[in-house]
Design a protein around this ligand. Structure first.
Ligand code: IPE
Ligand code: IPE
Ligand code: MG
Length: 248
């Protein structure tokens, strides 16, 4: 059941799932336990977003900078992603969820790439919520890869530089075809983007919530969506106040 008015629900919510390590530390547990608990919060967030009528949910799962963490933690995170896809793919498919992966696919270990491709392929024709998993993702890396592609097209004489518009750049990013996020939420009280969707979030509403990711419940999510409904979005314009509210 959707507890929110459909007209005020953001079409695309993107979440920086932060604070797994601190959640575990606060309990005297190893960081890996925080990540494991974080997977449960992922399942709940997908369900809540879907029930509330969100069309796209993007989750920042592993950044291109997270490789700098200790090897054991990187390996825990890779293991969790693999387990998540192996265990949850069938359920997500049954729930009509369509999966998209964004991030650099080069140089991923041999057993991860096939799983990511399988998740996308299996759910390609689903018509429910699109779950976008940002994995080995960093905005600057994404933009550099897109620029290299466009530069190669120009060098080959297939693209005139004057055709490099914001739309063309957007269509060259990993998120091609996905609308820009309306709302970016970061958990754990940190107030930064950490190289997440820098291009796409140009006009997103930003929300920083104090809960560590494993504590991000259905209630917390719905409260964030309710706060979003009160925001006024202007996109640089000057519409009369009455038409500015998200839900108008
Ligand atoms: C988010 O939690 C998960 C990933 C970045 C993969 P963290 O691991 O960043 O947890 P904190 O920020 O150290 O608490
Ligand atoms: C951002 O969180 C990346 C993910 C949530 C996957 P980090 O914990 O890596 O970001 P910083 O290092 O605190 O900026
Ligand atoms: Mg963190």
């Amino acid at each position: 059941m959707n507890p929110l008015s459909p007209s005020t629900v953001p079409a695309h919510v993107a979440i920086i799932m932060d604070g797994n390590g601190r959640w575990a530390n606060a309990r005297g547990l190893p960081r890996a336990m925080g990540h494991r608990k974080g997977v449960e919060a992922v399942r709940e967030a997908v369900k809540t977003a879907s029930e509330c009528g969100v069309s796209y949910l993007t989750l920042f799962a592993f950044s291109s900078e997270n490789w700098s963490r200790p090897e054991s933690e990187v390996s825990d995170l890779m293991g969790l992603l693999k387990t998540f896809i192996r265990r949850d793919l069938a359920v997500l498919h049954k729930q009509n969820v369509r999966i998209r992966i964004i991030g650099d696919r080069q140089n991923l270990s041999g057993d991860i790439l096939p799983l990511l491709l399988e998740a996308e392929e299996t759910t390609r024709n689903n018509t429910g919520i699109t779950l976008v998993i940002a994995f080995n993702y960093g905005s600057r890396d994404e933009m550099a890869r897109a620029m290299r592609l466009l530069a190669a097209e120009v060098a080959a004489g297939r693209l005139d530089p004057s055709a490099i518009t914001p739309e063309r750049i957007g269509a060259s990013l990993d998120t091609a075809g996905i609308p820009d996020p309306d709302l970016v939420i970061r958990t754990s009280g940190e107030e930064r983007l950490s190289n997440f969707l820098l291009w796409q979030a140009a006009y997103a509403e930003l929300m920083f919530v104090p809960e560590f990711w494993p504590d991000f419940s259905r209630e917390t999510f719905i409260a964030a969506l309710s706060r979003y409904a009160m925001r006024e979005r202007r996109f640089g314009g000057l519409q009369p106040a009455a038409t500015l509210a998200v839900g108008s």
